[in-house]
Design a protein around this ligand. Structure first.
Ligand SMILES: Nc1ncnc2c1ncn2[C@@H]1O[C@H](COP(=O)(O)OP(=O)(O)O)[C@@H](O)[C@H]1O
Ligand SMILES: [Mg+2]
Length: 201
């Protein structure tokens, strides 16, 4: 099973990824907890280039760097784990590129969808949790100072709306979860959906 988490910065993805993977591990499942960018050795280097505040990266180069990171991640981590029957829990995946580089930066979404298909070898998450919060709450929670997180609130508004559009077009895969509730409450909602999926014959 493949689960991804999406949402703007500080929406609570890292916390929810940890809560879900701990919960499923305790139930005896084999879990691979991973993230994008940076889920492989090469990916860590790509991530460092992408996030360093003083790097100037054009938006198309940025897109290709994320896609390169994703392709490595699929080949080296995600595909092998799924083959072994493990549950992969990934902090950001292909929807992030559509939301940030597409809706946020304005790159053609048709291109991005095509390139994503190549990068992922058409391996899709079974469930994607979109943690939806207002960008002002993201800021309140203390946004960091990497190259992407330095973006203005208007950029985050576009990314948030983008995520909601993507969710509308994939209602079966993407579950919109309110990210404003207490982490434990949010976790219970997520857990319920995952357990329902695991119980399906
Ligand atoms: N539901 C929540 N309520 C209040 N604070 C939260 C909640 N979820 C996350 N936070 C806080 O917001 C910050 C970002 O959370 P994190 O899980 O790292 O988000 P992300 O991985 O999406 O950037 C952390 O300081 C965390 O403690
Ligand atoms: Mg995080």
């Amino acid at each position: 099973m493949f689960i991804s988490f999406e949402g703007i910065d500080k929406s609570g993805k890292s916390i929810q990824v940890s809560l879900l993977s701990d919960y499923l591990k305790n139930k005896g499942y084999q879990i691979v907890k991973t993230c994008e960018p940076g889920g492989t050795k090469l990916g860590e280097k790509i991530k460092a280039i992408l996030l360093h505040p003083s790097n100037k990266v054009s938006k198309i180069s940025e897109l290709f760097l994320y896609l390169a990171d994703r392709r490595e991640h699929i080949e080296e981590v995600i595909k092998p784990a799924l083959k072994e029957g493990k549950i992969v829990i990934c902090d950001r995946f292909m929807d992030a590129t559509v939301a940030y580089q597409g809706y946020g930066r304005g790159i053609d979404i048709v291109w991005i969808n095509k390139l994503n298909k190549i990068a992922t070898q058409e391996i899709l998450p079974d469930i994607t949790f979109l943690l939806d919060i207002n960008p002002s709450l993201s800021k309140q929670r203390g946004r960091g100072n990497d190259r992407i997180e330095e973006e203005k609130i208007s950029f985050y508004e576009k990314v948030r709306q983008g995520y909601l559009e993507i969710a509308k077009s994939c209602p079966k895969r993407i579950k919109i979860i309110k990210g404003e509730d207490k982490p434990e409450k949010t976790h219970l909602a997520i857990r319920k959906i995952v357990l329902r999926f695991l119980k399906k014959p």
